[in-house]
Design a protein around this ligand. Structure first.
Ligand code: ZN
Length: 797
């Protein structure tokens, strides 16, 4: 558990610019409590959307004003019988279950002794208006002097975490529902925990706790959800800034430092905005910004608390001299610089993929024109068409342009050898490092980290005990093989799903054990370039070999559709892109290596889900797949990976078995058509899939399927019994399927196959639940055999 004091160490030094935003930021960091604004308080309350805070009995002190507003307060229950209480009721079962997994209660109803509050709304005025309601309430400057001294350091630590966010509101004069409220409450049971209302988040309410484990800082989000009023809305909110037409000019020096000028068109949704925010990797420093040629002030500094769940990026603020007008296009120009390229040795380079290398505002479809000046001895690859590449003084200039809109532009560079393959009108170009990275020369045991999606976040790591099976590794061994393989996977998928995001795909190496699928550009683990010795069938080593030699490249290829044509908006839906990409890779694997290879992968995923996590619980029980990145918690950091990829793959596989191949493939094609260049939610996916359920389905709307596998947890143990009674030709088959090791509300459909003597097979889908699922039929002759789920149609023990 982290104490407040630790937060100091996590805040970086502030750049000094001295504009209005920086002046506000400094005032926030140097804010202190105001002893003249200290009150003995009884029976006050604050209601902020879905939570209520009761300041029952104690003292409350406010901070000095910043930008004319009092923006902080601390409550202490420092009197005899002093008390305060917070109540937060999560709106749905999954959120109640998530909360309970941390605090052993589905609702947050907690008494607290100390509460620090930061706000930009009218909290001060609201409290002052309530003071006359109790005659005991009065000003207490003598207590104020003590509290001012005791809590000002705490205030400064917490304020530093939120300063960019607070400055944004202060510059934009946010009020009412637009104003942020952040608090850290400390209770005897739970220690310090965070409770935040931030209307700029897609889910404004969040309660959780900062914890550190193994030198990593986690924000365990106990619960996170949309406010009551947002839950009524049926259409998603458009972005407050629409970005288009990126033009980036970047120079990569011999020291691999990247200096860039990024130009982008920005169209605001609202008028009167004085400050806007963008996201960028913390490795990048934004050195300047102009808007339509006029200099704007940049405020870049945030701490882990404020940036938790921002996927490896940090928020920075641009303060304008003039308010923006809705609907007009502005030209924003950013100067930014940083170290995102590293040399692992022998010119084998690693482009860090953990955050944006240029400013973004969410993920939006845009065209890109990318010009790089880079060291002469290096090749540079980026999405789109190569417009030109030529010597440019001491360096080389390479320019790319995308014809279609994409949501993110990555790049890669190295001393490459290249191979090409063309299939079905699509060109695949594969780059390989000419040199072997130093750590692969030692042939060490390789950790199997995972494939990650377009917006990589925090990657879980997991170590496989098997050494990576390569003798005399050579990074050029599989160059042509990869080109042919990826081109063939691209053609296979284009045949099923339609055209990919871009018709030119470049594959380039990345040191590490993962891949990444940008539109038009794939990062492929350097391990995938090495030839391996064959492994024994069905073994963990074989699964690992399949992963690096076939699945990874097909998975990243599949992201050309899943994630780069069809997209998702919320972290709750991103599992679908991973699950669909991975299952598309398995479909290709099935075609090239046979169904048994798919079975090997499915069995590996199942074992991972049934393994005990670091907290001693089954990995699957960490939470439903729709919790997304929130599954990567201090309790079990590896659960997110196993559930997103492993369970996700099983979910799509089970859907395939339930719909049947023909309907399943028609469904995937329909998803691509319906959600092309659009965001698809989990419920959207369910509704499309439900249109393809077989006639007379027991779960025609797939609600039970999604409740069980997508919104729920559990892997059942299933047992079948049956008997045949009567005399031929008037026989009666009756049987039952019972489930164990799952909760009472778990319900799954399971196929039972009845094989008749003549070779005919009848499949009955049996609904299991807390009561045994019964099946039966009249038969003329005794069945040859009756089997339960012979074809891995259900994820079970
Ligand atoms: Zn992926």
């Amino acid at each position: 558990m982290v104490r407040w004091g630790l937060m100091t160490a996590l805040c970086l030094a502030a750049p000094v610019w001295g504009g209005e935003a920086e002046n506000l930021a400094r005032a926030i960091r140097e804010n202190s409590f105001d002893r003249q604004e200290c009150y003995r308080v009884r029976d006050l309350s604050l209601a902020i959307e879905d939570f209520k805070i009761y300041l029952t009995d104690g003292h409350l002190i406010f901070s000095r004003p910043v930008g004319g507003k009092r923006i902080a307060a601390v409550f202490v229950a420092d009197v005899e019988g002093g008390d305060a209480e917070v109540i937060l009721l999560p709106p749905d079962r999954a959120e109640r279950r998530s909360l309970a997994s941390y605090i052993h209660s589905p609702n947050l109803d907690e008494h607290f002794r100390t509460g620090v509050f930061l706000f930009t709304g009218d909290i001060y005025e609201t409290i002052l208006a309530q003071l006359p309601s109790n005659p005991a309430n009065r000003r207490t400057p003598e207590v104020g002097a003590l509290l001012e001294e005791q809590f000002t350091p705490t205030l400064r630590n917490l304020s530093a975490s939120y300063q960019t966010r607070l400055v944004l509101d202060l510059l934009n004069h946010a009020g009412g529902g637009d104003a942020v409220f952040a608090s850290v409450l400390e209770s005897a049971n739970l220690g310090p925990f965070d409770l935040v209302y931030d209307p700029l988040r897609a889910e404004p309410i969040i309660a959780g706790q900062m914890t550190s484990r193994d030198n990593r800082l986690f924000l365990d989000a106990w619960t996170s959800f949309k406010t009551r009023s947002m839950r009524q809305e049926t259409t998603p909110r458009p972005p407050d800034l629409a970005l288009s037409d990126y033009r980036i000019e970047a120079t990569i020096g011999t020291d691999l430092e990247l200096k860039a000028t990024t130009r982008v068109k920005v169209r605001p949704l609202h008028s009167g905005v004085r400050a806007v925010t963008f996201d960028i990797s913390p490795l990048m420093t934004v050195t300047s910004a102009t808007v339509d040629g006029r200099p704007a002030e940049v405020l870049q500094r945030e701490s882990p608390r404020g940036n938790a769940m921002r996927a490896g990026n940090e928020m920075f603020l641009v303060a304008l001299t003039e308010p923006l007008q809705a609907g007009r296009d502005y030209e924003f120009v950013f100067g930014h610089t940083g170290k995102v390229v590293f040399d692992t040795g022998d010119r084998v380079l690693f482009v860090t993929a953990r955050g944006n290398w240029y400013p973004l505002h969410g993920l939006q479809f845009a065209t890109y024109d990318l010009t790089f000046r880079h060291p002469k001895d290096l090749d540079l690859v980026a999405p789109g068409e190569l417009v030109e590449t030529r010597a440019d003084g001491d360096s080389r200039l390479t320019r790319f342009r995308t014809r279609s809109q994409i949501r993110f532009a990555g790049f890669n560079l190295g001393n490459y050898a290249r191979a090409r393959a063309e299939r079905g009108g699509y060109l695949v170009e594969v780059c390989a490092n000419r040199a072997l990275q130093p750590d692969l020369k030692r042939s060490p045991s390789m950790p199997l980290r995972d494939v990650i999606n377009i917006q990589p976040s925090r990657r879980a790591s997991e170590t496989l005990s098997e050494p990576f099976p390569s003798t005399a590794p050579n990074p050029l061994d599989r160059l042509q093989e990869i080109a042919t393989g990826v081109a063939s996977a691209l053609e296979f998928m284009a045949g099923r799903f339609g055209p990919p995001a871009l018709d030119h795909l470049t594959v380039s190496p990345i040191p590490g054990t993962f891949g990444q699928g940008f539109p038009g550009l794939i990062y492929l683990s350097t391990l995938s370039y090495l030839r391996t010795v064959p492994r024994s069938a069905g073994s963990l080593a074989q699964a690992q070999e399949l992963f690096f030699q076939q699945v990874l490249q097909a998975h990243e290829t599949a992201h050309q559709w899943w994630g780069n044509r069809v997209t998702t908006g919320s972290y709750r839906d991103s599992w679908m892109m991973e699950a669909l990409a991975n299952y598309s890779a398995l479909l290709y694997l099935e075609k090239t290596s046979g169904a048994h290879s798919v079975d090997t992968m499915l069995d590996t995923y199942r074992s991972e889900l049934l393994a005990k996590g670091e907290n001693g619980q089954l990995v699957d029980s960490a939470g439903p797949i729709t919790m997304g990145m929130r599954l990567e918690t201090s309790q079990d950091p590896g659960a997110w990976r196993s559930i997103t990829y492993g369970k996700g793959t099983w979910i799509i596989h089970m859907l395939r078995r339930y719909l049947g191949d023909q309907r399943f493939f028609a469904m995937l094609a329909e998803v691509l058509k319906r959600y092309d260049h659009q965001e698809m939610s989990t419920e959207d996916f369910r509704r499309v899939a439900a249109r393809f359920t077989p006639p007379r389905s027991d779960d025609a709307d797939l609600e039970t399927f999604f409740d069980t596998w997508v919104y729920g947890t559990g892997i059942p143990a299933l047992k079948m019994t049956y008997s045949v009674k009567g005399k031929a030709p008037a026989l009666r088959l009756s049987g039952a399927v019972t489930q164990a090791e799952v909760g009472a509300d778990f319900s799954a459909l399971v196929p039972v196959e009845i094989h008749l003597a003549g070779g005919q097979t009848i499949t009955q889908w049996v609904r299991c639940g807390s009561d045994p699922g019964l099946f039966g039929m009249a038969l003329k002759q005794s069945p040859a055999r009756v089997t339960l789920d012979p074809d891995r149609a259900v994820l079970r023990r």
